[in-house]
Structures are given as structure tokens and as C-alpha cells.
Write a protein that binds this ligand. Structure first.
Ligand SMILES: [Zn+2]
Ligand SMILES: [Zn+2]
Length: 460
């Protein structure tokens, strides 16, 4: 097989990988870098030039895997695009919202190349998406003269609605790409399913490879702790802001908070949400009976959750009476709801901001998370500094397997080769050392971006 990182190998960035098996060429994911803007945020699709890509396989609809898909198809116009059925519903929603963000950034920051694609482009490319059932084999037909078909199937990856690990069986070897994977059940989504049969090459995400804190954290303990801390804030008359990604984390947190409130573990206060998260929640509800759920009867729409009132989000009922507010972005990017509400809450010691997911060290949320009471921080470089007086805490509700769970996965699927991707340098290094230490017979590859690795069958 041949393997090339187009983006996202040694960082959590614009994930896109080119994989050739038996002459059949596939692209795994086509994402944008969450922290870069303009051309810098794209994978290096120039590496495809002159090659015929037979299929584009999407692991899930987070933008670091999906956001560049319409751009990728310009370099791979004949590629068939396969994803799971829930992703088929989610992808256009996420891409349209990306167009809106890019259009705004073009105006505000003068980024001339934005938008990379328009709403019409999204409509056009969506026509060629194919939504496939989980655990059903389908062929990827190679089109070059001596190419052999590869058999593909999607296995539920936990993580978020529609997420899949991608199992590829060629003539000479079996490859499994984990995508982003969660071993443990979450509040709504069940944990991942992994291949029963051994795989030869495992392409493994490494997000939490350097994260000791996340190891062995139990969701139930974190939820109990969260409820206790919310109770304290409410008792002193404050509100709690929970910044969350619109896809996945928002729905999981809304369901968790609703349960904690119904069980009487936290006070009976309003829970607010808004924006893209609400649209995604509808898709969660629509697919409740067609995807693996802990409770297929749970509908987010039916929970007692209110839409944030229209008008200035930095004022209003949600800040005047004790409430819990779940809005994006999870990292408090400039101009998002979480950013604007945080600016109003930070100087007020009654309030609290609780982080529940990954926060990039360059994101505004990171500066909030690491501020001490009384510090003045710059939420965004163009704005005024703001004094931090409110309570700030982080909780662990990750949708990624922790590093011990990743190592256990390697043990279970007994690969001859592991290719480490989707982690920062520290994470990849820890994973590589741990695998080499525990299972020295496994070949570990930490691929450099842009280099084509011509690899003999891993089981040879
Ligand atoms: Zn993801
Ligand atoms: Zn990812």
C-alpha cells in the first residue's frame, strides 16, 4: 500500500490521507485546520495532481475531517463519496454553516480566497454523497487498468452521531482507520465497535496520547462533580456558561444536564442553547432509532431546554436569573456566542465558565482556562482586555478514547503495523514509545506530511 498525509498527521489539523491499495486510490477525510485561516487551513491537495482518486471516504462530520471536502473534489472530480447515513444528513448542514463563517471572515478579515465554496457548491457536491449502513460491505472500484476492488465497511466509532471507523480489505492486506474514536459510552451515543478479525495496518488517532489527566476519568464522576459545582453557582445567584462544539458535545451536554436536573442533582434552573447546535440536535432526534443509542427514545427536542432569546447574547434573562447556557464554539472563538457571553460573564464573580472539551492552546478559551482571578486577559487580539473574576473550571467529557484505551485497541486488533495520526507531537511520541515498548514486534510509523510511504504488505 501507499500512504500519504495531505494534512493532519502530526497535529490535530486538516485531516486528509491518501491511501492506495492494490492500485485503488482512496482519500480518507478532507478537513480544514480549526486554528488556521485561508489557504493555510487546507490540506495539501497538490499531492493528488495527476492521480485518479477512486473514492473519498468520510469518517465523520467534524470540520477537521469534513470542512475541505468540496475543495478536495476539485482535485478528485471522479471520486465517489461514501459516508454513513447519519453523516449524509449532517454533512450538508455543517458545510453550509462553514460557508456562512467563511463569508463573514472574508468581510471582516479581508481573506480574499474565502469562501472556498458557496452554498450552491455544497448543494452540488451533496448530490454525489452516498450514505451507507454500518457494518455493510460495499466495493470501492479501482479504475486504473490493473487495480483490484477494495471492500469497505463502516464500523460505529462512538465519538459523535455518524462517526465511523473505516475497514478496508484488499487482496493482500486489511487496513483499519479509526477516525476519531470513543471506546466508552457517552450520555447519548454508545461506545465504538472494532473489527472482530485481525487487521494488518491500523491507522490510529492519537488525540489524548499526551493527556495523563484524561486517563481513567469516569463520565459518571465528572457528571456528579459538574452538578455539584453548578449547584454552588446557582446558590450564589450566578449562571454557568458551558462552551461546546455544536456537533456532538452540545447534544451530549444537554442530555446530561437534563438528566442531572431531573434527578434532582442540580437545581431546577433554565437550560439554554442556540445556533447550529439546535439544528444538529434535530438530526440527532431524527436518526435516534437508526443509530446506536443508549436510549433510542431520548429526543433532545422533547427535553425542557430553551432557545436563547433573540437580541444581544451578552444581556438577557440567561444572565439575570441563574441558568445554564450551552453554546458554541467550544474554544470560545471570536464572535461566537460563547465568546460574547463569556465577555459579559468574566468580570462578575457570581458566574462560572465550565469547559467540557478540547481547547487548543491558541484559542481564546485557553487563555480563560489558564487565567488566575484578577488577571486581565485579551479574549481576542483586537478587543479590550477583560478582567477575570468569575469561576473557571474544566471537566472531562471527552469523546476520544484515552491513551490506555488506545493501547488496548492496538492489543485487540493485533496489527503488524500502526500508523499514528491526529495528535500533536507529544501525543504521537508517547503513543509510539508505548507501543514499541509493550509490543516491539509492531512496526510503528509516524508519517511526515507530504511524504509518500510505499509500504510492503504489513503481514508479509
Ligand atoms: Zn471528531
Ligand atoms: Zn478530529
Amino acid at each position: 500500500m501507499k500512504f500519504t498525509v495531505l494534512g493532519g498527521g502530526n497535529e490535530i489539523g486538516a485531516n486528509a490521507y491518501l491511501l492506495e491499495m492494490d492500485g485503488t486510490v482512496m482519500m480518507l477525510d478532507a478537513g480544514v485546520h480549526p486554528r488556521r485561516i485561508g489557504y493555510e487551513s487546507l490540506p495539501d491537495f497538490s499531492r493528488i495532481d495527476g492521480r485518479f482518486v477512486d473514492a473519498l471516504l468520510l469518517s465523520h462530520c467534524h470540520l477537521d475531517h469534513l470542512g475541505a471536502l468540496p475543495v478536495a473534489l476539485r482535485s478528485a472530480p471522479h471520486a465517489r463519496v461514501f459516508m454513513t447515513r447519519p453523516s449524509y444528513d449532517l454533512a450538508p448542514e455543517m458545510l453550509h454553516s462553514t460557508v456562512t463563517v467563511m463569508e463573514r471572515q472574508r468581510l471582516e478579515k479581508g481573506i480574499r480566497e474565502y469562501p472556498f465554496y458557496t452554498h450552491e457548491d455544497v448543494e452540488m457536491v451533496s448530490y454525489c454523497f452516498q450514505g451507507m449502513g454500518y457494518e455493510r460491505d460495499f466495493p470501492i472500484c479501482g479504475t486504473t487498468s490493473n487495480a483490484a476492488d477494495v471492500s469497505c465497511s463502516f464500523l460505529d466509532a462512538g465519538h459523535i452521531l455518524g462517526a465511523a471507523g473505516i475497514l478496508l480489505k484488499g487482496e493482500r492486506e486489511t487496513v483499519f482507520y479509526t477516525g476519531d474514536t470513543s471506546r466508552a459510552d457517552q450520555e447519548i451515543i454508545k461506545g465504538a465497535v472494532y473489527p472482530d478479525d485481525p487487521v494488518d495496518t491500523l491507522i490510529l488517532e492519537s488525540t489524548l496520547g499526551a493527556n495523563v489527566e484524561a486517563e481513567g476519568k469516569r463520565r459518571s464522576d465528572e457528571a456528579r462533580n459538574l452538578a455539584r459545582r453548578i449547584t454552588r453557582v446557582v446558590e450564589r445567584g450566578g449562571s454557568v456558561l458551558i462552551p461546546a462544539f455544536a456537533l456532538g458535545r452540545t447534544q451530549e451536554m444537554l442530555a446530561t444536564l437534563h438528566r442531572l436536573r431531573a434527578e434532582g442533582r442540580m437545581p431546577d434552573v433554565e437550560i439554554f442553547t442556540a445556533g447550529l447546535g439546535r439544528a444538529v440536535s434535530h438530526i440527532y432526534d431524527r436518526t435516534a432509532r437508526h443509530s446506536r443509542r443508549r436510549d433510542p427514545d431520548l429526543k433532545i427536542d422533547r427535553l425542557d431546554i430553551r432557545a436563547l432569546p433573540p437580541g444581544d447574547p451578552a444581556q438577557g434573562l440567561h444572565l439575570k436569573q441563574p441558568s445554564v447556557i450551552v453554546v458554541s464554539s467550544g474554544m470560545m472563538e471570536a464572535r461566537t456566542l460563547s465568546h460574547r457571553i463569556a465577555r459579559a460573564m468574566l468580570p462578575d464573580r457570581r458566574h462560572a465558565i465550565f469547559f467540557v472539551g478540547y481547547v487548543d492552546p491558541n484559542a481564546p478559551g485557553y487563555r480563560v482556562l489558564n487565567a488566575r482571578p484578577g488577571d486581565r486577559i485579551l479574549l481576542d487580539p483586537e478587543g479590550e482586555p477583560v478582567e477575570v473574576q468569575c469561576e473557571v473550571e474544566r471537566f472531562h467529557f471527552s469523546a476520544h478514547a484515552d491513551r490506555q484505551q488506545l493501547l488496548r485497541l492496538v492489543e485487540e486488533v493485533t496489527p503488524s503495523r500502526v500508523i499514528l495520526v491526529h495528535g500533536d507531537a507529544g501525543a504521537i511520541q508517547w503513543m509510539a514509545e508505548a507501543i514499541r515498548d509493550q509490543q516491539p514486534w509492531i512496526e510503528v510509523l509516524t508519517p511526515e506530511p507530504g511524504v509518500e510511504y510505499d509500504l510492503p504488505p504489513a503481514n508479509a
